[in-house]
Write a protein that binds this ligand. Structure first.
Ligand code: ZN
Length: 224
């Protein structure tokens, strides 16, 4: 069977994490969200993990060459033999180029970059409607999962608040950062014929179905 080497792209609130986990189950591929991959390298105490930890302990961003090194090590592991799913990396064009180089070194390449498309208004609706309980972090949504009593957690009765990250102006800033960094990345993959778009406004099940359908099309094209 051919490899499935996938990159997931999409704005905050697009459900990338959910889809990544589904793909991991459906295709038995390792799923790497950038945060987790660095955390694991730190826990395992690899050389790169130690380097990454120094940056993190100082509150600095981990440089690209360290992240790409950690990812390259993960992709060499036997469990990534049939493919992998990356989420949150690459985030910029230089990172995408570095990833391509690493893959070329081992005679591999990306199968597809899947963009989960969600318009800004929908992102604002999804993230802006979230309410989090101050006591235990239980999450509700004023539209999709409202609490029994407004402003009160169903589980423990404590107050529900809008987290800093879910405030409208913060959401808009996060979206702006996303577009500045990721739009060039979308063009990068488009130029290489690797970009595949799915409609992220649908339900998680429907989005999952779209992704599975496009992956089987890709595999059929490869087999011809
Ligand atoms: Zn609660």
């Amino acid at each position: 069977m051919s490899e499935l080497n996938l990159v997931l792209l999409g704005p905050p609130g697009s459900g990338k994490g959910t889809q990544g986990e589904r793909l991991q189950e459906d295709f038995d591929l390792p799923y790497h969200a950038t945060g987790n991959i660095l955390r694991r390298a730190v826990e395992e105490g690899t050389d790169l993990g130690k380097t990454a930890k120094e940056y993190m302990d100082n509150g600095d961003l981990v440089p690209d060459d360290v992240i790409i090194g950690v990812i390259a090590e993960e992709l060499e592991k036997p469990e990534a033999e049939d493919g992998f799913i990356l989420d949150g990396f690459p985030r910029t064009t230089p990172q995408a180029e570095a990833l391509d180089e690493e893959l070329q070194k081992v005679g591999r390449g990306l199968t597809a970059a899947i963009l989960i498309d969600v318009p800004d208004a929908e992102v604002e609706r999804r993230l802006g409607g979230r309410r989090t309980c101050v006591a235990n972090g239980h999450v509700f949504h004023i539209e999709f999962n409202p609490p029994q009593e407004e402003g009160k957690c169903d589980v423990d009765g404590s107050e529900l608040i809008v987290r800093e990250d879910d405030r409208p102006e913060v959401i808009r800033r996060r979206l702006q950062t996303y577009y500045e960094k990721t739009e060039p990345l979308v063009s990068y993959y488009e130029e290489r014929g690797l970009l595949r778009r799915v409609d992220g406004t649908k339900s998680p099940d429907q989005v999952g179905d779209q992704i599975r359908a496009l992956l089987s099309t890709l595999r059929m094209e490869e087999d011809i």
